[in-house]
Design a protein around this ligand. Structure first.
Ligand SMILES: [Cu+2]
Length: 535
């Protein structure tokens, strides 16, 4: 499918020493930063870019070996799951604007089971690809192109001893890319949910101006990657019916451990890069303790730095969202990072040790990551787009009876426009051959996304690939200031809830996606094609 390209033997041999070097130097840097504050708090290994002879700009080379691995999750036990390089989460990629990500995926998974259902039922669980969630990069070719398929060997190829296939991804990060926290995960329609709840996810840090703010530079820089695992009998069950995970409680791991402990000195400020690498659950986060709570001083949302920190006692992250926060140690004691509705803490914070005196400062202002858009920038106010998440139950025979539709502007046409649309097998469902939105580079448009979901368990976060969107209104009420996002939470059980955003389509043409980031819904068809075209 698409233009999946296999890496030649020669480039693989060349790539390996570089990967080793990057992992060692980056890993040391990451470990040293974390060790300063929290000797026991886990951090994924770090890869950084390096200059190549004759290269114009530094390249971050990383190999991802993907296969079933028996992984130890401290605080939980052992699970057998698909991993990047035998661990979860995957390595942290630290890159700067102007650099290039050169990623090689090895597919060491078993052959795919045969698939007889339609396109919007789970399929090809052992194929994948890669999405750099939130990054403003090309969606085409061998870049952030989620239409590619990194297939495993067929049974015949495995029997014949054909080497495991390798797939190359090359992503140029624009020189002016906002500095902040992003993440990567597989994004093959039909296989996405099962892979992400098994732990296939990792963090991307784009370094830049915000890191040079003196108060932030002085703070320990910690990744807090929250994976939502769905495990039963030590494995992720195969996605074989609509009730796939009913009854399996989520296990939340932070940097691969259940409830790890982080240490913070009184008066010390740390920067936490919170990543909701979840597929099902929205997180309302708080840091609470017997001596009160620790406020979260948010400095960025979805990778884009605010103009100034915003102090919050609770922080909402929908599936896929990130937030960078500064946290300062207060009264010594034990605190917990908790998500509302999750019975166990995500991590424990021990405020302990010699106080930092005078206490470390918080910045007053920040280098804002992106200028705001304005309604006056809208090209054609009559062309507002409206997107409605809507589920119809009992539409299909078989194990996947529900239709998870995206209705409104550009909805996929019904198979029978005169029939009962609630029973229609195509209306509003993902069709790989249908372009739902043609978006012209340079144009500014306004979208309103709405849910009419009455089932509380069915949140429908909206995620647009390639371009960040500026959230201006919630339920018609203006936000002051507006907030850049790539994923906007719409909570289940609140039919009518809406979010309005402005977006300018910039720089990159090609096929891309808009979809619900409850990943089971996405696999079952709650996705649209967008086509970015020259203006
Ligand atoms: Cu959904």
């Amino acid at each position: 499918m698409g233009d999946a390209r296999r890496v030649s033997r020669r480039s693989v041999v060349k790539a390996f020493p570089a990967v080793g070097l990057a992992a060692v130097s980056g890993g040391f840097l990451g470990a040293r930063r974390a060790a300063a504050a929290s000797p026991s708090f886990p951090q994924p290994p770090v890869s950084t870019a390096r200059s190549l002879p004759g290269g114009v700009s530094p390249v971050l080379e990383q190999t991802f070996d993907v296969r079933f691995t028996d992984v130890s999750v401290p605080g939980y036990g052992r699970i057998t799951t698909r991993t990047y390089n035998g661990a979860l989460p995957g390595p942290t990629l630290r890159v700067r604007g102007g650099q290039t990500l050169r990623l090689t995926h090895i597919n060491g998974l078993p052959p795919n089971p045969p698939h007889t259902g339609g396109h919007n039922t789970p399929h090809h669980p052992n194929s994948f690809n890669v999405h750099t969630h939130g990054m403003h990069v090309s969606p085409s070719g061998i870049a952030d192109n989620v239409l590619r398929e990194f297939a495993p060997r067929t049974q015949d190829e495995a029997d014949a001893g054909v080497p495991e296939p390798r797939y190359l991804t090359v992503i140029h990060v624009p020189a002016d890319h906002p500095a902040g926290t992003y993440w990567y995960h597989p994004h093959l329609h039909g296989a996405l949910a099962e892979q992400v709840v098994g732990g296939m996810a990792g963090v991307i840090v784009v370094e830049g101006d915000v890191d040079e703010v003196s108060e932030i530079k002085a703070a320990a820089d910690l990744v807090v990657c929250i994976n939502e695992l769905k495990v039963e009998d030590g494995k992720v069950p195969a996605f074989t019916s609509n009730g796939w995970l009913a009854g399996i409680r989520s296990t939340f791991a932070v940097n691969g451990a259940v409830n790890p402990t982080l240490r913070l000195r009184p008066g010390e400020v740390q920067r936490w890069r919170l990543v909701a690498a979840t597929a099902f659950t929205e997180l309302r986060l708080q840091v609470t303790g017997r001596r009160g709570s620790l406020p979260l001083h948010q400095i960025a949302q979805d990778g884009v730095t605010f103009a100034r920190p915003v102090s919050r006692n609770a922080l909402d992250l929908a599936m896929g969202n990130r937030a960078d926060v500064l946290v300062r140690g207060a009264e010594p004691g034990t605190y917990e990072l908790r998500a509302e509705g999750v019975p166990v803490p995500l991590m424990t914070i021990e405020v302990t040790g010699e106080p930092v005196e005078p206490q470390m400062k918080l910045p007053d202002s920040l280098p804002q990551g992106r200028p705001f858009l304005d309604e006056r920038d809208i090209d054609n106010p009559d062309a507002d787009r409206e997107v409605i998440f809507h589920a119809d139950h009992g539409v299909f025979p078989g194990p996947f009876p529900n239709a998870f539709r995206v209705l409104g502007t550009g909805a996929t046409p019904a198979a029978d426009p005169d029939g009962d649309l609630r029973r229609d097998p195509a209306y509003g469902l993902f069709d790989p051959g249908y372009v739902n939105h043609t978006l012209r580079l340079g144009a500014v448009e306004r979208w309103t996304v709405r849910t009419d979901e009455s089932v509380p368990a069915h949140s429908h976060p909206f995620h647009l690939h390639t371009n960040q969107v500026l959230l201006t209104h919630r339920n018609g009420r203006r936000l002051d200031p507006p907030v850049w996002h790539d994923t906007i939470g719409l909570t289940g059980g609140r039919p009518g809830e809406s979010a309005t955003f402005l977006v300018r389509y910039e720089d990159f043409t090609g096929r891309s996606m808009a979809h619900c980031h409850q990943l089971q819904h996405e696999d079952l068809g709650m996705m649209q094609n967008v086509d970015y075209v020259e203006g």
